[in-house]
Ligand binder design. Structure first.
Ligand code: F6R
Length: 252
């Protein structure tokens, strides 16, 4: 696991992702606030001619149930508005309007597999350590399925809705086992509210109590943090030293 503490997490995460962008690449996209600077940085690089999204496909992590796809806060709407429409990338996501939710979960797993798997998966982290919408207690081997959001996550996401009661209770999310199959995982976290979850994920025991601790089982993870999100890491000085001495030849 490579931990990078930087004043500009969006640019660093965009560096890590841009290295995968080529025709045929499959990107895993996250929603929420953390990825927005990453998407903005990737679009700036495209506009500058440094990368092209031609032939790139994408899959999202999760979706609310009990919310029409046309709702502005459905992740179907959010990812198109925030990134893929501007990038010209074809994107698939779990269908929150599916009548048969288990069948939709199976379809989604099969679609990712048929695309050849995900080359690089962008991730945020919940203050309770959730990854995707895998809340505490999620099996570390889980596949795409429905989950019930914690009161904490519903409260955190209430900022996107007119009232807290509007936040859906149920979601369809890639499982932790699904996420682990992506070939490179890039987690972005900013702000002091994420510090405790980041420390538990990076340095705590691997445990379903902190779903993001499953990252420790993956061979290629880049964790990109600002100072506040990194503030509870015990090996912070070592991560800084490692980043300052990163060999020129070593890719993200
Ligand atoms: C969203 C997702 C969630 C968010 C997490 C952090 O697709 O999978 O795990 O990444 O809730 O959200 P923000 O970035 O809004 O703090």
């Amino acid at each position: 696991m490579e931990v990078v503490v930087t004043p500009d997490p969006g640019e660093v995460a965009a560096d890590a992702i841009a290295g995968h962008v080529r025709p045929g690449a499959v990107l895993g996209l996250a929603t929420g606030s953390s990825p927005l600077p990453v998407y903005a940085a990737l679009l700036r690089r495209r506009d500058a001619g440094a990368i092209s999204f031609d032939g790139v496909r994408a899959f999202t992590l999760d979706e609310y149930l009990e919310l029409p796809r046309s709702h502005p806060q459905s992740y179907h709407s959010v990812i198109r508005r925030e990134f893929t429409d501007a990038a010209g990338i074809e994107v698939d996501g779990p269908d929150g309007e599916a009548h048969d939710v288990p069948a939709e979960a199976e379809r989604y797993e099969a679609a990712i597999a048929a695309a050849g798997g995900i080359d690089v998966q962008l991730l945020g982290i919940g203050v309770d350590g959730h990854l995707g919408f895998n809340e505490p207690g999620s099996s570390l081997a889980s596949r795409t399925r429905t989950k019930t959001l914690t009161p904490q996550t519903r409260a955190d996401n209430a900022r996107f809705f007119a009232s807290p009661d509007e936040v859906p209770v149920h979601v369809l999310t890639q499982g932790l086992g699904t996420i682990l199959e992506a070939r490179h995982l890039v987690l972005v976290a900013t702000g002091a509210s994420k510090a405790s979850a980041v420390a538990a994920a990076v340095e705590g025991p691997v445990s379903a109590f902190c779903p993001a601790s499953v990252l420790q089982l993956h061979p290629h993870v880049t964790v990109v943090l600002d100072e506040d999100a990194a503030s509870q890491l015990r090996l912070l000085d070592y991560y800084r030293f490692t980043a300052a001495n990163k060999p020129d030849w070593q890719p993200w």
